[in-house]
Each structure stands twice: as C-alpha cells, then as structure tokens.
Design a protein around this ligand. Sequence first.
Ligand code: ZN
Length: 189
Amino acid sequence: MNKQRVAKLIKELLVEIGEDPSREGLLKTPARVAAAYEFLTSGYRTNIKTVINNAVFHAEANNMVVLRNIEVFSLCEHHMLPFFGHCHIGYIPKKKVIGVSKLARIMDCHARRLQIQERLTAQIATDLMKAIGAEGVGVVMECRHLCMVMRGVEKQESVMTTSSVLGSFHNDAATRAEFLSLVGRSGGG
Ligand code: ZN
C-alpha cells in the first residue's frame, strides 16, 4: 500500500465532505488515516502460511477444542465501516492440532480486509480445515455493523450471527450441538 498516495486521497476526501484540510486539527489526519488503513487492511499483505508457521503439532487426542469470545474487528465491504463482535472457533483434530493463538491470527488475517461477515466466517473455517485436516471445524461469529447502527436502518442493538460448519460439525447433529452449546448457543442458530 502506498501510504503517501492514500494520504493524498484522504486530503481530497476532506475537501469533498466540506472540510478544510489545512486547519490545524486536520493537518496530520491524512497521514494518520493512511496509517490506520494500512493496519486495518493488512490482511491483503499477510500470507496465511507464514501466519500458521510451524504451529501445527502431531497429537493423538480427538476431543473438541474450542476457543470462545475472540474479539473480531473488520470493515464491511459495502460501506467501509467497522463491524465488530466475537468469534468462536472449534475443531476436532485428526492427528494434528494447531497452536491456540494461531486461531486468532487466522481470523485476523481475513478480518483485516474489506469483508462481509458471512464470507469472513466461512474463510476462517476453510483455512483452519486446510491447515490441519481436522475431523470437523465450526466457526460462529456475532457482530454489530456500524453501517446499520450509525446510518441506514439505525438499529443500534441488532447483532448478526453467522456460522460455518465443516466435516463432522456439518454431518453430525450431536457434534454440532456440542459445539453450539460450548460456545453458548445451545438450541442451534
Ligand atoms: Zn455495510
């Protein structure tokens, strides 16, 4: 990402929305916004293989592993406004487990892009499945979308839930129910 070029575009945007980019409070804003976007879209410049980087380990255990309440922040691709909330990731290993912090890193790699929540949820599940060849994988995400809260229908309390289930989490109702109950969503949904 060319930060200088992005800063120049932000300066033009400030003029278009009716601001004066030369007033004191805004002098450094274009550069700050460019730096913020570099971070918020860093997923485009992150290689998932580097992220996982040797953190896959052999293990005979085949119990369900669940990481709950991972904070997720992303930008909706329709309005470039934040959506944020919590993500729960679970899997049943088949001879391979992954370092637990890597679950959050896989999530961030996809969250730090322009996204829709449905695709983000599915990409996390697919990447995890690809990385460890699990018996099953499940991802549930609950987010509030600022494009709905601040504008549009202005529904401040609405939370959108998406899920993606693969392997035994998809094929076996009991496994899926166990996962949903572990992430506090028993009864399905
Ligand atoms: Zn939106």
